[in-house]
Ligand binder design. Structure first.
Ligand code: BV8
Length: 227
């Protein structure tokens, strides 16, 4: 069985990372639409760099939860028949044991040099304008996809959606595109669809919806898949 799983901030909520909606639409006190954009970075680079430095530092204080670990077990069984696509820029899927993750919106623990285009693993700060390890210029930005920028791995994800038998969305409000459209591609491909969410939206496009915290609903669903 070919499965595509899409995760959002809700899968990391019980690890202690605030979701975008729960923080009353504020990330670290900022309106995401006003911060996670190239315009905001051009306008006030220090504010944007500090915003991501704070979130990168927070990663060191949290741990993956049972939902992340369950998806890693599913990958062990399904291998290449599982495509795990995350909108999250945290590293909790990897720390939970997943080895094949499509970070369609990039990664907090990576820096991208706008001079030489190289990407580097990064766990410290960027607001102090460190030199790019490759070219030496102080032109590193967070390796994340801002609003108006093109998400990563879209061709591979599109192919996986058109070939999948089951599409599962976990902990996402389905408000940001193109991720929000994935369920429609899956339905178009004839796949079954399942949403695991704390508070699923009432008018859901999903064939099946299971309500509850991800640390309960994801391990239960994976146990069914592994039975
Ligand atoms: C693109 C990285 C073209 C940065 C993020 C009109 C005007 C302007 C733009 C647009 C427009 N219409 C569409 C667009 C495009 C725009 C967009 O969608 N805007 C929205 C606001 C309308 N999209 C883009 O610009 C994208 N690029 O379209 O390029 C293109 C398209 C295709 C192919 C080629 C080119 C790029 C968008 C990426 C933005 N970057 N993140 C960073 O993190 O700082 S978005 C960011 O917000 C996240 O990555 C995520 O995508 C989104 C947050 O959503 P969720 O993860 O769902 O989190 P949320 O808090 O909303 O929901 C949490 C859910 O969990 C809830 O449902 C809750 O019930 C549940 N939950 C909570 N606790 C639990 C739980 N569930 C289970 N258990 C729990 N314990």
């Amino acid at each position: 069985m070919k499965v595509v799983v899409l995760t959002g901030a809700g899968i990391s909520a019980e690890s202690g990372l605030p979701t975008f909606r729960d923080a009353d639409g504020l990330w670290e006190g900022h309106d995401p639409m006003a911060v996670a954009t190239p315009e905001a970075f051009a306008d006030d680079p220090d504010l944007v760099q500090r915003f991501y430095d704070e979130r990168r530092a927070a990663l060191a204080r949290v741990e993956p939860n049972a939902a992340h670990v369950a998806l890693a077990r599913l990958e062990e069984r399904l291998g290449e028949d599982l495509h795990l696509v995350t909108q999250n820029i945290d590293d909790l899927h990897e720390r939970g044991g997943s080895t094949r993750v499509h970070h369609m919106h990039g990664r907090l623990r990576a820096a991208w040099c706008t001079t030489c285009d190289h990407r580097h693993e990064w766990t410290t700060t960027l607001v102090d304008r460190p030199a790019c390890p490759t070219c030496g210029h102080s032109t590193l930005r967070p390796d994340v996809v801002w609003f108006g920028e093109v998400p990563h791995d879209m061709d591979a994800v599109q192919r996986a959606l058109f070939e999948c038998d089951l599409f599962v969305a976990i902990g996402t409000s389905g408000l940001v595109y193109p991720a929000a459209a994935f369920v429609h591609y899956a339905i178009g491909a004839g796949a079954d669809t399942l949403e695991l969410n704390l508070a699923p939206d009432p008018v859901s496009d999903f064939a099946q919806v299971r309500q509850g915290p991800a640390t309960r609903t994801v391990p239960a669903w994976v146990a069914e898949m592994l039975a």
